[in-house]
Design a binder for this molecule. Structure first.
Ligand code: ATP
Length: 247
């Protein structure tokens, strides 16, 4: 690391995880510097979701996980959320029959104590400023929203935890090109505010466009890493993940 580079907010070293006999993570290492957007691309079944679940404490794993230099391996998910680590899960996992506003407030469920109510109200206003459509639909059940709006709601709920590090699992999956643009705009804006982002995505084109650095994950291990622009120009990445992609 150069003397001028910001410190790592997240450091993962030699992480292993298994589902019974399936060794889904085989010594994964990655890092994300404070304020960086890191993309993890790779095919179905590479272990990307498993990696996010291991880092957020949802799945037992073996190896080193450090947040801001402090070992958090083995910590339960709720303790990690309190430390500023939030996950926007695959397929959104919203509370379908609950209104938009309540789904957002659930993202802040752990925030208690002096000043918390006011900070939560401020953050709600900030989420509505990022995604004005959510304010218009505040009383609508989540299930009645379009896929794009549901994804905005899932990101908004993640932000309500006031994270330092936001991990996102396939936030662009199944979305129309215009909605993808909108989500990328918001991710760029969040990065501009200093939030650290780790983005797992099969849409390598879009992910490498918004990211600073990227990793390619295959069969439970990182096989390539580099600056997002360099990865986007890498012949192997182009052939496997960018070939014929039209947006
Ligand atoms: P996708 O893009 O399809 O979500 P991924 O890169 O996120 O793929 P994972 O979902 O992490 O990959 O899966 C990694 C490996 O672990 C795959 O072989 C998958 O079949 C296996 N796997 C994932 N979840 C389970 C589970 N609950 N039980 C058993 N095996 C699992």
């Amino acid at each position: 690391m150069s003397a001028l580079a910001p410190p790592d907010l997240l450091q993962v070293r030699d992480l292993h995880a298994a589902y019974g006999p399936i060794h889904a993570l085989r010594g994964v290492s990655l890092h994300a510097r404070a304020g960086e957007c890191v993309a993890i691309i790779g095919p179905n079944g590479a272990g990307k979701t498993t990696l996010l679940h291991a880092v957020t404490g949802l799945l037992p794993s073996r190896g080193a996980i450090r947040l801001d230099g402090r070992s958090v391996a083995g910590w339960p998910p709720e303790a990690l959320v309190r430390e500023g680590l939030a996950l926007v899960p695959e397929r959104r996992q919203l509370f379908a029959t609950m209104p938009v506003g309540d789904n957002l407030l659930l993202g802040a469920f752990h925030r208690r104590g002096p000043g918390a109510a006011r900070a939560v109200t401020e953050d709600l206003a900030s989420v509505y400023a990022l995604f004005p459509i959510l304010k218009e639909r505040v009383r609508q059940p989540a299930r009645t929203l379009s896929g794009g709006m549901q994804q905005m709601l899932a990101i908004g709920r993640g932000l309500m935890a006031r994270p330092r590090l936001l991990l996102m699992d396939e936030p662009l999956l199944g979305l129309a090109p215009l909605v993808i643009r909108e989500i990328l705009r918001v991710l760029t804006e969040l990065k501009g505010r200093g939030l650290t982002l780790v983005l797992v995505e099969q849409n390598a084109h879009a992910a490498l466009e918004v990211a600073d650095r990227g990793y390619v994950m295959e069969t439970g291990a990182m096989v390539l890493e580099g600056a997002a622009r360099a990865l986007a120009e890498n012949p192997r990445v182009r052939a496997a993940y960018l070939g014929g992609h039209v947006e």
